[in-house]
Design a protein around this ligand. Sequence first.
Ligand code: SAH
Length: 226
Amino acid sequence: MIFKDLSPKTIEQLKKFSGLFFEKNQQLNLSGIRDKEGIWLRHIHDSLVLLETAFDLKPVRSVLDLGTGGGLPGIPLAIVFPDKQFTLVDATGKKIAAVSEFIKQLGLKNAVAIQGRAEVIAHSQKFREKFDLVVARAVAEFNILSEYALPLVKPGGYFIAYKARKAERELAQAKKAIQLLGGIAEDVIALNVPELGHRSFVVIQKKKTTPAFYPRHDGKIRKNPL
Ligand code: SAH
């Protein structure tokens, strides 16, 4: 269980976030999971399952959470890792307004929330190939997601997608996309979390610069995935 390794102060912050998320979710549809217990387990705990894998987060300094929604997994990770810098991105303005409020209420100095589409910001100097790690949970099928995410990763950095199931099949379908975007499939990490069931992470390492042509417009990405 992840929480046994965290300090009481960190757990208190995570609980505070869980409460804030619960309240906000009454007014704004951040998640279909509406009960306190479900939010704690299936959102907060689930966001932190990454800590139970062998992936080495120590060298990571900058993280972008793509399609963060109500701040998942970005906010729980930012609470646990105050020394890493988090950029939380979502296309929806209302969600980003809520996430900005959470960041302020939690006093997080290491997180910023930005409204934007991944495939648009990936063409700006400020974001392109700037992150040691890009994470995404429940955003899109892997071949589509790779085109959103890999252009944002620094060469040498990683993209990790949280997947509940079907990870191997999705990864197999995305092999060509990953290669075109400069990545290499590292691993599918599968684990069974007693409280949550089967969880997997698809880990892609960025080997080479992504050709400037990518990402394409969203219509093209979705209509004709790589
Ligand atoms: N990661 C959160 C939210 C998942 S819902 C969680 O695990 O709960 C998916 C979110 O991705 C939505 O909020 C949607 O607005 C956002 N999204 C989808 N495509 C996107 C894109 N291309 N760029 C930025 N955000 C995107």
